[in-house]
Design a protein around this ligand. Structure first.
Ligand code: ADP
Ligand code: ADP
Length: 227
C-alpha cells in the first residue's frame, strides 16, 4: 500500500547554470502507509529540500511525487510539518498555535480547546498554554510545534530535525512519544536527521542520502520491533 511515490525527483536551485545548485539528482522512493522513514545524511545533502517538496512548499524541477496516486502540487492539511526552527506564529499563544489547524478544519471551539489541551499535556507544556513563543525556551517551542503538527491528525507527518533544541532527557521522551503516536495512529512519518542513533531508533527504514548532488545512496530496513 504505497502512500507516497517519489519518482526520479530532481531539484535545481537558481536558474542560470553558473550559480545553480543541484540539491536533488533523481531521488526515487516509495513510502508505504504507516511507515516511519528516517532520512539520514550530512548537512547539504538535500534532506530539507526533499521534505519541503513533499510538503508542497516547493516545486520539483523534474520528476513527480504522488500521494495516494495524485500529484502533489501544494501544501495540504493531510501533511503537516515540524520545522527545525519551530515556525510558530509569534502573535499567537501556545494554545492558539496548537488550535490553528483545528480552526482551519472547522472544529467547534470546545472540542478544539480540549484536543489542544491534551496535546499540550502530551508534550509536557501544561501551564504554558497562555505564553507566547518569545516567552518560552527553544525546547518548549519545539514541543509546541510538535503538538501543533499533530493536532489536525495528518496522514503524513514531516519532521525536520524536530528534536535539535531539546536536552538529552527530553529528547528521549519525545522520541518515544513520536514512535508511540506514529505506530498507534498508523501515521506515515518522514523524519529528517543527521543523527544516526535517532534515525535507527525510530525508523522502519533508514534512507541514507549522499551529498553533491543529493541522491539516495542506500536504504536500510530496521528489523527491530518498535516500542
Ligand atoms: P540538508 O537539509 O541535507 O542540509 P538542504 O536541502 O538544506 O540540505 O540543501 C541542499 C543543497 O541545496 C545545499 O547545497 C544547499 O546549499 C542548497 N540550497 C538549499 N536551499 C537553497 C535555496 N533556497 N537556494 C539555493 N540553494 C539552496
Ligand atoms: P528544554 O530542553 O525543553 O528547552 P530548558 O532547559 O530550556 O528545556 O528548560 C527547562 C525547563 O525550564 C522547562 O521545561 C521549563 O519548565 C523551564 N523554563 C525554561 N524556559 C522558561 C521560560 N521562559 N519560562 C518559564 N519556564 C521556563
Amino acid at each position: 500500500d504505497i502512500q507516497m511515490d517519489i519518482r526520479d525527483v530532481r531539484k535545481v536551485y537558481g536558474g542560470d547554470a553558473d550559480n545553480s545548485v543541484v540539491a536533488l539528482d533523481g531521488v526515487t522512493l516509495r513510502i508505504r502507509r504507516g511507515e516511519f522513514i528516517s532520512l539520514l545524511g550530512p548537512s547539504g545533502c538535500g534532506k530539507s529540500t526533499l521534505l519541503n517538496i513533499l510538503a508542497g512548499f516547493q516545486p520539483v524541477s523534474s520528476g513527480q511525487i504522488l500521494q495516494n496516486g495524485r500529484t502533489i502540487t501544494k501544501p495540504d492539511p493531510s501533511r503537516t510539518v515540524v520545522f527545525q526552527d519551530y515556525a510558530l506564529f509569534g502573535w499567537m499563544t501556545v494554545q492558539q498555535n496548537v488550535e490553528f489547524g483545528l480552526k482551519a478544519k472547522g472544529m467547534p471551539r470546545k472540542q478544539r480547546a480540549e484536543l489542544a489541551r491534551s496535546l499540550i499535556n502530551m508534550v509536557r507544556l501544561n501551564g504554558f498554554e497562555e505564553k507566547y513563543p518569545h516567552q518560552i525556551s527553544g525546547g518548549m517551542k519545539q514541543r509546541a510545534a510538535i503538538a501543533r503538527a499533530l493536532a489536525p491528525d495528518p496522514d503524513i507527518l514531516l519532521m525536520d530535525e524536530p528534536f535539535g533544541a531539546l536536552d538529552a532527557q527530553t529528547r528521549v521522551l519525545m522520541q518515544e512519544e513520536i514512535a508511540r503516536i506514529s505506530s498507534a495512529a498508523g501515521k506515515t512519518v518522514v523524519f529528517v536527521t543527521h543523527g544516526i542513533d535517532e534515525a535507527v531508533f525510530l525508523a522502519d527504514r533508514v534512507v541514507v542520502m549522499s551529498p553533491r548532488p543529493g541522491r539516495v545512496r542506500q536504504e536500510v530496513h530496521v528489523p527491530l520491533p518498535r516500542p
